[in-house]
Ligand binder design. Sequence first.
Ligand code: ADP
Length: 734
Amino acid sequence: MTSPDELEAAWQKRYERERKARLEAEAIAEKSTRELYQLIQDLKKAGEELRQAKEAAQAASVAKSNFLANMSHEIRTPMNAIIGMTELVLDTELTDTQHEYLAMVREAGNSLLSLLNDTLDFSKIEAGKLELDSDVFGLRERLGDAMKSLAFRAHSKGLELACHVHPEVPDVLLGDAARLRQVIVNLVGNAIKFTTQGEVVLEVACTSQTNDAADLHFTVTDTGIGIPANKLESIFDSFEQADMSTTRQFGGTGLGLAISSRLVELMGGRIWAESELGRGSGFHFTVKFPLAAERPSEAQPLQTVFPHDVRALIVDDNATNRLILNEMLSNWGMQATAVAAVAEGLAALRAAYDARRPIHLVITDCHMPGEDGFDLAEKINRDSRLADVQLIMLTSGSEPDDIRRCEQLGVAAHLLKPVKQSELLDAIGSALGLQVAEAEVPVDEVRQLSALRILLAEDSIVNQKLTLGLLQKHGHDVTVANNGKQAVAAIDRDHFDVVLMDIQMPEMDGLEAAAVIRAKETKSGQHVPIIALTAHAMAGDRERCLEAGMDGYVSKPIRARELFDTIAALIATEAPARAGETPPAAQGQAKAEPVTFAGELIHWSVALQTAQGNQDFLKELVQLLLEESAKLFVEIHTAIEEQDAKALQRAAHTLKSSLKALGASSVAQAAERLEIIGRENQLIGADEAASLLHQRFDSLKIELLAFLAGKQPSLREKDPATASRSPHDGALRS
Ligand code: ADP
C-alpha cells in the first residue's frame, strides 16, 4: 500500500513535470510568435521591395516603349524622305547600274519602313497607348480593298486569292476599320508568303447577331508549308517564328502575329491557328462589332438589285471562286450557273440559246489551265447566236497584256481579282443595265424637258448610279438621298421640282417619307410632285403609293421613256404656266403624226433630226437600234413562246418607239401590231405579226448596215407640213 507521503511526493513530481512542460511550451510559443512576427515583418518588407521593383520595372517598360515609339516615329520621317527622294531620282534618266542600285536602296528602305511600322505599333500596344477608333464602315468594301492590295503579290506567285464574305454577314459596322485591315493584311500576307502553290482564301461568317451587334468569325486559309503543332501557340508571341531557319528564306521579324493578336484582343476577340505540316494553315479570329444605324457611302446594298430574269454563267476552274461568284449573283437576284471549263461554258450558252432562255452575262477568269478566258471570248465572238452575251473578265493583273487583249475582244469589263462586290455590281450594271438606259435615251421625248431640280431618294448604289446617270445626261440637277429620312431633310432644306422616291429603304421607307412630306406641306401650302420607284409592279403598289400621297409611280428596272413620261405629265399638271415654256406633254400632243411614205423603210431626214443633225451621233443611234433590236426580238419570241402577253407588249412597245424615232414608220407599225396583241392579251396571230415584223426589219437592217458602212442616205425632205418640226419630233411619240 502506498503511504500518503508517497502519494504526495508522486503528485509533487507530476506537478513539477507538467509545470516544466508548460513553461517550455510557453517559451516555444513565445519564440514562435516572435519568429512569426519577424517573418511577417520580413514578408512585408519583401512585398514592399517587390512592389517597388515592379513599379520600377513597369516604369522602365513604359519608358522603353515610349522611347521606342518616339524613336520609330522620329526615324520614320527621314525614312520617308529617303524613299521618296530615291523614287524621284529613279524617275530621272539613269544608267542601268545606277537604276539597279537605287532600286535596291528603295527596296531596303521599304522593308526598313515596314519594320519600323511594326515596331511602332508593337511599342504603342505595349505602352498601352494604342486606342481603337470607332467609325461606321462598310465591311465588304474595306475587305475588298485590303485584298486588292495583296493581289499582286499573290498573283505573281501564281496563287489564287479569294475573299468570301457570307451573305448573312451585316455590312455596316462600327469599329476600327484600319486596325481590322492591319490584322487581315498580316494574316493574308503571311499566308501568301508561306504558300508556293494553291490558294489563299479569306472567309467571313457571322456566328450570331442581335439588333445591336454581330459576332464575326474571320478565317484565312492557305495551302502552304504549314506550322508544326508545338509552335501553334508560340508564334503569337513577339519575335517568335515557327522555324527560325525560315527567316532567311521568307524574311520577317516575328512581330506581325504578336501585333495581330494584341489588336484582336483590344477589339475584344480571340485569335488562334490550326495547321497541318505540308498541307496548309488556317488562322482564325473573332470580333464582336456593334452594328451602325447609318450606311456609309461605300457600304454595299445587300438587297436584290437585278430583275429575276437576268441569266448569268460563271466559267472558272477554281471551285472557291465559282462558289463566291455564284453566291453573289444569286444574292442579287440573278439566275446563275457555274461551270469549270470553257467547253462546258460554251455548251451551256448554246443550250440556253436553243431553249430560248439565252444567257445575258458571262463572268470568266482569264487564266485557266487548257482553254482560258480569252479562248472563251473568241469563241463567243465567233458564234452569231451568242452575239448578245456580255462578258466580264476577271484578270490577275500580273500579265500586262491581259487588259489590251480584253479590249481587243470587246469584253464589257475587266476586273482585277479578287473582285470587290461593288465593282462587280457596277460592271454588271453597266454591261446590262446602263446600256439599256443609254440605248433608250435618243429615242425618248425626254430631251424636251427643261432642266429640273430633282431629288432622288434611293438606297441601292447601282440604281442610284443608273438613275443619276440618266437624269444628269438630260441636264437635270440631281440631289441624292440614301433613305427616306434624308429625303425629308433635303426637302426641308431645298426646293425641288420633283422627287423620285424608292419604296424600300432603310431607316425610313418611301411610303413613310411621302406621308411625312405631305403632312408638312399642309402647313406650308406647297406640293412637290413625288414619283414612286417600285421594285415590283405588284397589284396594289400603285394604290399604296397614291394613298401615301405620291403622285405617280414608275416600276424598276427604270425605263427612261416611262420615267420621263411620268415626270413630264406631272410637271405639266403642276406648273402648266411656266413663263415662256410649253409643258412637254402638251407639246407632244400638239404635234402631227409623222408622215409615212409608202415604200420607204426609213426616213433619214427624221432620223437625222432625231440625231440633232449630227451624222456621227446618228451612226451611234443606228448601232444602238441594231443592238437593242436583236435583244428585243429574242424577248418577243420568248414572250410568244411562253405566252407572256405583258412581256410581248413591253418588248414590242420599246422596239416600236425606237423605230419611230428613227423614222422607220412602216416597221414601227408592224411592231405596234404586236404591242396591241400583247396589250389585249390575244396572242392568236402573234406569230404571224412577228414574222411580218421580222421581214420588214430584215429589209430595214440592210439599209441601216449600208449606212453604217458609209453609204450616204437620201435626205429627201418630207411633207412640207412637218418640215419645220423641232429636231426631236421623231422621238415625240411612243
Ligand atoms: P513574320 O512573318 O514576320 O516572321 P509573324 O509574327 O507574322 O512574323 O509570324 C510568325 C511566324 O509564324 C512566321 O515566321 C512563320 O513561321 C509562322 N507563320 C505565320 N503564318 C504562317 C502561315 N500562313 N503558314 C506557315 N507559317 C506561318
